[in-house]
Write a protein that binds this ligand. Structure first.
Ligand code: EPU
Length: 417
């Protein structure tokens, strides 16, 4: 199992290009199931979740070819299976994104129920309820969701709770349903808007993506398209914090600054200087980071996917920061590892109280999930001595070449095989 070894203390300086958004690329690849024609997706990050999706789609019968230059071609001319098996779903929960498109295209789907994971229980009841509203018969047996529908019919679906992949799954089911579907209390994340843009390019009729109400008028067939996925806002946010936590000066290119507003505002409040300029961001970390409370929220609020990284930053800020995790019930696994490095953190239910500034000292730490891994890497950059981050397969699921990117701006970081 690979590990990362980081020698902390270097001030990071230079430029890092931001890749495409993993959480946009995953539903975009699943959307290939909706048409017989070819999809060309660009700006795809070559991370492990993308390779898992390739495996899953190939099992279903989709031809998937990676091109040079971060592109992937997908063609689902004829499907040979409608099942997402346990061994794939357990490595990547986003495999559930094939449920909606399979149902729309071949009228049936069999998808292993994803279990809980390191950040919470993460049920998919809202995906299922929505599909039932569209007319699907859904039953759960042997820990598989089995869905079938002679015909999907448009309906009004009011989500009890905002769900990103739930909104995406329902959108992909509704594009080929008969009549109008109205999704209320839909997720407004940029990744949802990106998927709507792709589906529209494929011939779908979708209005309102990016607002709580999405209206979809079903069409009889979709066609091929070419689409570039949006920049990864979480990768960009992670590197912003890398700049801030090392007192560095980093420029990020190829980002969408509008998607990062809440993160930028929060980091400024904490004393980092950030300039934005059409797809570019520059962060300068000062010596005087100060604590700033944060509550994770659905977009446009502060993303839960940035909470762990922000906690690492707050260990280096003067004062007490209250970090409230409002989206997932168990997303503080990184806190105990940060504490082993010297951080002063108290967990109280969904709140973490981080008292800074504390000296962090390098240690052997274990990553529990993707963003927790990123948090430990950031802490390692700020710590004295060597930090070894174990179980970085989590990191490899969502960050492309993170050690190379960090090394290019002066970090002392290497992968131990
Ligand atoms: N929820 C339900 N029932 C459902 C669906 C969701 O109760 O049927 C709850 C969840 O348990 C959670 C909340 O609703 O408490 C929000 O979950 P959501 O469904 O929005 O999460 P997701 O779609 O499974 C996506 C991202 C996550 C990100 C969350 C929240 C992808 C592939 N994954 O997950 O990304 O944290 O939205 O923004 O888009 C990551 O990239 O590290 C990551 C975990």
């Amino acid at each position: 199992m690979d590990k990362l070894r980081i020698i902390g203390g270097a001030r990071l300086e230079g430029r890092i290009p931001i890749g495409g958004a993993k959480n946009s690329a995953l539903p975009a690849m699943a959307a290939s199931l909706l048409t017989e024609e070819e999809l060309l997706l660009k700006n795809i990050p070559f991370v492990n979740d993308i390779y898992t999706t390739r495996r899953l789609l190939r099992e279903l019968g989709v031809e998937v070819d990676f091109d040079a230059g971060q592109a992937v071609r997908l063609r689902a001319a004829r499907l040979r299976s409608y099942e997402a098996p346990y061994d794939l779903v357990k490595t990547m929960r986003a495999s559930v994104l094939v449920l909606g498109p399979l149902l729309a295209r071949v009228k049936k789907a069999r998808v292993s129920l994803p279990g809980g994971c390191a950040i919470g229980a993460r049920p998919i009841d809202l995906h299922i309820k929505g599909l039932q509203k569209l007319g699907a018969e859904v039953r759960t047996e042997h820990a598989y969701v089995e869905a079938a529908a002679e015909k999907l019919r448009g309906a009004q679906i009011i989500f009890d709770k905002i769900t990103v992949t739930g909104t995406e799954n329902l959108m992909m089911a509704a594009v080929l349903a008969e009549g109008r579907t109205i999704l209320e209390n839909a997720a407004r994340e940029p990744e949802v808007v990106d998927l709507a843009e792709l589906l529209t390019a494929m011939g779908a009729s979708i209005e309102g993506a990016g607002t709580p109400t999405i209206v979809i008028d079903g069409v009889s067939a979709l066609h091929g398209a070419s689409h570039a996925v949006i920049p990864d806002r979480v990768e960009a946010g992670t590197f912003l914090i890398a700049g801030a936590i090392t007192g560095g000066n980093i420029e990020l290119t190829a980002c969408n600054t509008a998607h990062l507003t809440s993160v930028i505002e929060k980091l400024r409040e904490a004393g980092a200087a950030i300039d934005t300029d059409q797809g570019r961001l520059r962060v300068k970390g000062g010596d005087a980071l100060v604590s700033a409370d944060v509550v994770t929220k659905e977009y446009p609020g502060f993303a839960t996917d940035m909470q762990a990284q922000y906690m690492a930053l707050m260990t280096q800020a003067a004062g007490i920061a209250v970090i409230t995790e409002d989206i997932f019930e168990n997303r503080f696994m990184h806190a105990s590892e940060l504490m082993r490095m010297g951080a002063n953190i108290r967990i109280d239910g969904s709140r973490a109280l981080v008292a800074g500034k504390t000296r962090l000292s390098g240690a052997n730490v274990i990553a529990s999930d993707l963003r927790a891994s990123a948090s430990l890497v950031l802490a390692g950059l700020a710590a004295d001595g060597a930090t070894i981050v174990d179980r970085i397969y989590h990191l490899d699921r969502g960050y492309e070449k993170i050690e190379e990117k960090l090394r290019s701006v002066g970090a002392q970081i290497e992968r131990l095989k």
